[in-house]
Ligand binder design. Structure first.
Ligand code: PRP
Ligand code: GUN
Length: 174
């Protein structure tokens, strides 16, 4: 679906935009494990600012048209009060994970909270939200590679691939 070269080119563009938008600010980048690990590291290296990096992990069940139920698996360590926060996610699908996470981070009273998603799927129905930065708008097909898994495997692929699944398996995985 997307080659490593296409991804690298877009990551470089996003890094340039973020560098311009956050110059002179106290930027904290929060990568959402596990899917956004590769993207977060590459994006951070494309930003020409002294950013602070931190990590969180959230698991969300009941995606799609039903409201997801997120669980925090790993919290951040940074204090966010008064700082500019950029959450980095691999995929925006139902929006359940990101909307829950951003509401949680806002409770620490940061100066701002925005997000950068690599891939946006077309139907963010459950929790509509507008990321400040989007890498690519894609179809609703299941994808894997560049940090994104299929049944926990294939995160190590350099390209992003479409995974052909029977519709029953797709529902079970979500
Ligand atoms: O917009 P949503 O419907 O919430 O879906 C997007 C989330 O789903 C995937 O995470 P997953 O729970 O599979 O965990 P992982 O990042 O560890 O692979 C993906 O990495 C996003 O975090
Ligand atoms: N791994 C993976 N997780 C997802 N969560 C929502 N869509 C996807 C997808 O295409 N792949």
């Amino acid at each position: 679906m997307l080659t490593s070269q296409q991804i690298a080119d877009r990551v470089r563009q996003l890094g340039t935009e973020i560098t311009r938008d956050y110059r002179g600010r106290d930027l904290v980048i929060i990568g959402v494990l596990k899917g956004a690990a590769a993207f977060t590291v590459d994006l951070a290296r494309a930003i020409d600012l002294p950013v602070v990096m931190d990590w969180t992990a959230v698991s969300t069940y009941g995606r799609g048209s039903t409201a997801g139920t997120p669980t925090l698996l790993k919290d951040i360590g940074e204090e966010l009060a008064g700082r500019d926060v950029l959450v980095v996610e691999d995929i925006l699908d139902s929006g359940a994970t990101l909307s829950w996470l951003m509401a949680r981070l806002r409770k620490q009273a940061p100066a701002s909270v925005n997000c950068c998603v690599l891939l946006r799927k077309p139907h963010t129905v459950a929790k509509p939200m507008e990321p400040r930065y989007v890498g690519f708008d894609i179809t609703e097909h299941w994808v894997a590679g560049y940090g994104i898994d299929y049944a926990e495997r294939h995160r190590n692929l350099s390209d992003i691939h479409e995974v052909r699944l029977p519709s029953a398996a797709l529902t079970a995985s979500a």
